[in-house]
Design a protein around this ligand. Structure first.
Ligand SMILES: [Zn+2]
Length: 168
């Protein structure tokens, strides 16, 4: 017994030690120097990091209004498409993103600089791979250009996520 306990503590001790040593090394090399936004006090690794500076949006409307003015129309458009596709789902903010929820998160979207990210989960991206050929995709992400919203396709993906239980 004692031997086993000692061994476990030994392993844990080693783990903690390594982590501490790693962060010390980072601190000494200046890697973890943080930039603090003077307006909201949030800290970022990058100086002058762009971010939503203020209270976090609590609704999808607040989220959209917190984005650049020239992007709001496209964001409202995608929101209406998802709302029509998923009339029973609740709109909420989850993981800081507009989210469609019913018992679980069905999918999210989010505004980026050059595109709208749609996050339907990896199974949906695979399922619709052929129709998504002209889009940049990642595991569970579809990058939709602001000027290139395909309502029919987005609706189809959202419904598929809900009906099949494959979700973000
Ligand atoms: Zn700020």
């Amino acid at each position: 017994m004692i031997g086993i306990t000692g061994q476990i503590y030994g392993q844990i001790g080693k783990g903690f030690g390594d982590t501490a040593e790693e962060s010390m090394r980072e601190r000494e090399s200046g890697k973890t120097t943080m930039w603090k936004c003077p307006k909201c006090g949030r800290e970022f690794k990058k100086k002058e990091q762009g971010h939503y500076c203020g209270e976090k949006p609590k609704t999808i409307d607040e989220y959209i209004l917190s984005q650049d003015a020239d992007k709001q129309e496209a964001l409202q458009h995608i929101r209406q498409i998802l709302r029509n596709a998923l009339p029973e789902a609740e709109e909420r903010i989850s993981w800081s993103m507009p989210t469609y929820w019913k018992k679980h998160n069905i999918l999210h979207f989010a505004a980026s600089k050059g595109h709208i990210g749609l996050y339907p989960g990896p199974a949906a991206v695979m399922q619709f791979a052929e129709e998504l050929q002209s889009y940049k995709t990642d595991k569970g992400t579809i990058r939709i250009p602001y000027g290139g919203i395909d309502a029919a396709l987005i609706e189809k993906i959202a419904k598929w996520c809900w009906e099949t239980g494959n979700h973000a």
